[in-house]
Design a protein around this ligand. Structure first.
Ligand code: ZN
Length: 86
């Protein structure tokens, strides 16, 4: 994943994996996106109001932004999900 290691901005955010990052870099942006998807899309079951699952969303994203991006995002989502189960 793109990280904040080489950027010189203040590291004001903490990622799910405990690294400190700024709020401008891709690492933070991706984690926000992952949280947004987990809040807005059910993990497994579709419904009338939520016709897409998180998995469907990742599939669509893969077509749009490529497999690497989708895989990284899925890893972040899995970390957030695991943390929420503790
Ligand atoms: Zn940064």
């Amino acid at each position: 994943m793109t990280n904040c290691a080489s950027c010189t901005r203040d590291k004001t955010k903490q990622l799910i994996n405990a690294s400190q990052v700024c709020s401008y870099c891709e690492a933070w942006r991706m984690e926000c996106e992952a949280r947004w998807i987990l809040i807005n899309y059910p993990a497994t079951r579709r419904s009338k109001t939520k016709p897409m699952t998180a998995r469907d969303w990742l599939e669509a994203l893969k077509a749009k932004r490529g497999e690497d991006h989708a895989r990284q995002l899925r890893q972040v989502m899995a970390s957030i999900y695991r943390q929420s189960q503790k």
